[in-house]
Design a protein around this ligand. Structure first.
Ligand code: ARG
Length: 394
């Protein structure tokens, strides 16, 4: 009998996948559930898979790798899609695909299955990653084959086959949460004019509940990556969890946008990404100080392209590797500290410092920079035969 590894979240639609593969397609199912920082308790999720007929349930803690190898790379690259989506969902797909392939090999699977319903972003990404990493594996999408389109369709199927009730959170939205952020999809009938009610948001507290007193936080970076909070060395996960807590308290990192999907259709998306928002903001502030003008301006172009490639499921490509090589070079001197001030619903950059600062207070004035700078230059040249750089030469 052939075997499939299923990307499995524990939701009812995924139980349907197990049931259908086993009973209709006569395929043995092993499941994989990765902990990316979503709130579900994965041991319980695994047990439900076994109850529904899976022969084994793999669980792995993906958090450190996800943040360090994917989110922080994207952070260094300033990658935000269109109006500011930090790509929390999109960035979790490459490590998910890697892990699915690893398990498929280990378990001798011929198939990889997933619970996407149509040609949405997630399906395009996951399938293109699987095809890149393991072209020999066959991909099967049970919900798509079954023609199940809505949660109501799922309920009907579950009743008919007497599947265990999914105990996952009942949500008005399609939620995809991890440590880098949460995506809340409002669904096709969402009125673009209507403000989402406050209880839509699940990571950040209400803006009106944010503390009255502002908070300050100092984030230290080395070569474009965040390494410390308030002067204390901080590991990857600790960094993101701490910034998520702080940002959530001040309700920062919310986004309500219209987004261009891979298919070309526009969709309204709600996001919350407190840590990613604060880290991107601080990182950009440090780049302003340490990158010279040509690099800083061109970095914008490359950051956009980086975001776009992540969005379109092109992580495992020479283009991404080449862009990372560019960022290896330009981020070398993005080292220093940025001070942020958090107040109800917003955060501001209020301080920055770097040993590689290109800011020259000695050459700057409110006006007449040119004349003053020229005079200063002549003076320095005559004293030292050189002048302090405002452009980095490497
Ligand atoms: N629009 C976002 C993206 O394409 C979020 C997708 C979230 N996925 C989900 N199953 N809710 O990356």
């Amino acid at each position: 009998m052939s075997k499939a590894v299923l990307a499995y979240t524990g939701a009812l639609d995924n139980l349907i996948c197990i049931h259908w593969l086993r009973t209709v397609r006569n395929i043995k199912v092993v499941t994989f559930s990765g902990n990316f920082g979503q709130p579900e308790y994965l041991e319980e999720v695994g047990e439900r898979a076994l109850e529904t007929g899976a022969i084994s349930a793999h669980i792995a803690d993906m958090r450190e790798r996800f943040l360090h190898d994917f989110c922080f790379q994207a952070l260094r690259a300033g990658a935000k899609y269109e109006s500011g989506y930090v790509l929390s969902s999109a960035l979790s797909r490459p490590p998910l695909a890697q892990e699915l392939v690893r398990i498929a090999r280990e378990e001798g699977c011929e198939y990889v299955a997933h619970g996407c319903r149509g040609i949405g972003n997630d399906q395009v990404r996951l399938e293109s990653y699987l095809q890149t990493l393991a072209p020999d594996l066959k991909i099967v999408a049970p919900l798509f084959e079954l023609g199940l389109k809505t949660p109501e369709d799922d309920e009907t199927y579950a009743k008919r086959w007497n599947l265990p009730r999914a105990t996952n959170r009942k949500m008005r939205y399609n939620v995809d949460q991890n440590l880098w952020g949460v995506a809340l999809q409002l669904g096709p009938r969402a009125d673009l004019w209507v403000e989402p009610p406050d209880d839509t948001y699940i990571m950040t507290r209400k803006i009106s509940d944010a503390p009255d007193k502002p908070s300050y936080v100092e984030i230290g970076f080395e070569a474009g990556l965040p390494v410390s909070i308030d002067g204390e060395r901080t590991g990857t996960m600790d960094m993101v969890e701490t910034m998520n807590r702080l940002g959530a308290q001040y309700a920062v990192g919310r986004l309500d946008v219209i987004e261009d999907r891979i298919s070309g259709l526009k969709a309204r998306e709600i996001y919350e990404a407190p840590a990613a928002h604060l880290l991107h903001q601080a990182h950009t502030a440090l780049e302003e100080l340490t990158l010279d003008k040509d690099v800083f301006q061109f970095r914008d172009v490359t950051a956009r392209r980086y975001a776009d490639l992540v969005y379109r499921g092109k992580w495992f490509t020479p283009f991404r590797e080449a862009l990372d090589a560019w960022f290896d070079v330009i981020e070398r001197h993005v080292t220093g500290t940025v001070k942020l001030k958090l107040m109800g619903g917003t955060s501001l950059v209020v301080g920055r410092q770097s040993p590689h600062s290109l800011y020259r207070s000695d050459m700057l004035s409110y006006d007449g920079d040119v004349e003053r700078a020229a005079r200063r230059r002549r003076q320095i040249d005559s004293e030292h035969g050189s002048r302090p750089p405002t452009t980095r030469k490497e």
